[in-house]
Design a protein around this ligand. Sequence first.
Ligand code: LRH
Ligand code: MN
Length: 430
Amino acid sequence: MSYRIPDALIAEENAKLRAAQAEDYAALGRRLERAGVDIEAVTAKVAAFAVAVPTWGVGTGGTRFARFPGVGEPRGIFDKLEDCATIHQLTRATPTCSPHLPWDKVGDYRELAERAVALGVGFDAVNSNTFQDAAGQKLSYKFGSLAHSQKGVRDQAVAHNVECIEIGRKLGSKALTVWIADGSNFPGQSNLNRVLDWYLESMAEIYARLPPDWRVFIEHKLYEPAFYSTVISDWGSNLMAAEALGPKAYCLVDLGHHAPNVNIEQIVARLIRAGRLAGFHFNDSKYGDDDLDTGAIDPFRLFLVFNELVDASIRRAPGFDPAYMLDQSHNVTDPIESLMASAMEAQRAYAQALFVDRDALAAAQDENDVMLAHRILKAGFIADVSPILAETRLRNGGAIDPIAVYRASNYRKIKAKERPAVTGSSSGIV
Ligand code: LRH
Ligand code: MN
């Protein structure tokens, strides 16, 4: 039987922090009461917040230069599921994980689904992969996949996506995420118009195979690995594709897939208005698609994104049902610690956005009282919501301090014994 962190250890560690937590929570409750906010109402909403963990994120990541695997690395999807379950056990905020195929391919998906149930986690959107050539693949994706100039390659890529849907159905997923690397490195290398025609033709075949209750999430990305043009490079191309395909097609926003300083919260507002916001791949970045920990570089930007999400949920925006997922690469930290911290930072931005006094903000905006409007919004961001986040974990059987419990458990050292070291690739993100 592989090691699981005993609930008794969580209780033991919580006991050390319980009194301080109760005091901090009560103090915040009194402060909110003065502002006419019922802390229990906020806590209830935060307790319902969930973000999916990327299965490809629980192993140590790398860059094109190098990858430095740690100890106790997951050897495959069964180990990855265990680690995803540990993240949820301690944070109570990550009940699902998002698989990636063929990286998570197995022979028996019923066995995988049963193991997930036993571990208390589910499967979120399944991710296809036509940005690498899998072992035994007939035609290469070197020059593209769903938008490749050759019909045979496009058909192969469509077949892979249809297979992902079939596998996702066995795992209980309800969505397919399609990110393609297709693009060009030289002006003239590809016809910027025909490549979108081929892409839409291919996606229409995939769309036709979606089960009635499924959605397809189209993920745009400005560049990399293509460095001159990318077929689905921005929210405009993404929305154009989604609207061309049909009502089950939505636009997924990976925070790292935009040029530096792009106003992502406004893109989110526009996609919500169009009723096409699929959801997110949360991460953070300073330059490119750095896939750093959510909230680690620019937590204010994350807050501004959640401000648009809370505004949309309060005004009941039509078709608003976003899927929240993390998508990160952990090159220098323990991936489990990074994913726990990131889930909590997403939860923090959500709780802060719930603090914003939206009636007062709207009034100040209508009056063009710029300073008052900005300070009303900023008041949400500067509020310390930590006691609420800890309280939701405590009440749901999690850890007041997940990283402290994780370290106290020696989980990684124990997994290093259970999981003989894997000789992984020496570079690349996984
Ligand atoms: C592309 C991306 C995509 C995943 C991959 C692992 O950069 O964000 O979502 O398929 O990372
Ligand atoms: Mn992504």
